[in-house]
Structure formats: C-alpha cells, structure tokens
Design a protein around this ligand. Structure first.
Ligand code: ZN
Length: 194
C-alpha cells in the first residue's frame, strides 16, 4: 500500500519533483508552501500548514540539493523550514510525518565524504556531512540526534537518508522505512524547531 507523501523541495530542484510525480508511482499531495502565514501563534501556523498543505500525508520527502543548506539563511529557507517543522510537529489531530531525505546527484560530493579516521574510538567511520552547510537544521538535528557516542546507528536517527539513484529504484521501500520511524522510540527525541 502506498503512503501519501508531501514533497518538500527548493524551486531549483523542481525537475526532480516532477520526475517523482510523473515517472515513479508515488502517491503524493501536489502542493508546496509558497506564501507566509500571517500569525505569531506557532500552533496555529503549524495547524494551518498541515491542514492546507500536508493534510493526509504521512511521509515528507525532502529533496536535498545544492540549495538546501541552513547557511543560505533563515529567510531563504523559510518555506522548506516551515514544511519540515509542520511535518515534524506532533499535535492532537495531526500526527508527525516520517521524513525521507533524498540526496540529489548535485549534492553527492558535498554529503558523502568517504571513510575517515575517528580520534574518539580509533576506528574508521563513513563520513556523511549532514550539517548546516548541506541541510537545514530541522533535517540535520533529527538525522544526527545528539548522543554521547561518536557514531549513529539507524535506530538513533529519525530522518532517513537515501541517494536519489537508490530511491528511484525502490521508492516504496524507503518511503515505508521513513513511515515506520513514526512509531519507533527515537520519535520521542525529535525536535520540531532545533
Ligand atoms: Zn568513532
């Protein structure tokens, strides 16, 4: 059974969103947030975004390209930040979405950095740069949820990360995996506005 998805993306990457829409059989809500909601009440804003944009979706597919970094500034990223915040928000009548980060080919080299030697444990780890220079905090925080170790296993993460080339081969598998995170213990450590 397909999960209903909301796609969060930068306008520069609209071709990838269209590909998901037209070539992959993904059940999606075809809307994106492009107007600011005039209110200071965060609960109201979140509810409004959920009702008007995310409504029945249970998974948010977040496209990560070269323009997705927190470092571009809060104003530049205001829509994708709101979209992820509303997706992560867990309210009475609107439950949290699973978050699937899909790394677009243009961002591979910035994010997948290869093996590195770890000074803390003396082992090698796979370097994955999910931080302010590649993604917004709403994603990076919930991908690397703070722990007191030097590495993260899948159970330590709320956000799921996949390369575009792997995602398009088996979209349902990754969507389902992100969906399943909603009920896992790590969901209790999610932060909506890190
Ligand atoms: Zn280590």
């Amino acid at each position: 059974m397909g999960r209903k998805c909301f796609i969060s993306f930068k306008t520069e990457n609209i071709e990838y969103k269209k590909y998901i829409q037209n070539s992959l059989n993904v059940d999606m809500i075809d809307k994106s947030l492009n107007i600011a909601i005039d209110s200071d009440n965060e609960d109201y804003i979140m509810r409004k975004i959920r009702e008007d944009y995310l409504s029945t979706s249970t998974v948010t597919i977040h496209l990560i390209g070269r323009f997705s970094a927190e470092n571009f500034g809060e104003y530049e990223q205001r829509y994708i930040k709101r979209e992820l915040q509303a997706s992560l928000y867990n309210g009475k009548d609107n439950t949290r979405n699973g978050i699937l980060g899909v790394v677009l080919p243009e961002a591979y080299s910035n994010i997948y950095r290869g093996l590195y030697y770890c000074n803390t444990c003396g082992q090698t780890h796979n370097g994955i740069d999910i931080n302010d220079s590649t993604t917004i905090k709403e994603f990076s925080y919930n991908y690397y949820i703070p722990n007191n170790r030097c590495l993260w296993i899948e159970d330590d993460r709320y956000c799921v990360l996949v390369k575009w080339e792997d995602f398009i081969k088996e979209p349902e598998k990754y969507i389902e995996y992100a969906f399943s995170k909603r009920k896992e213990p790590i969901a209790s450590k999610v932060r909506v506005r890190p």
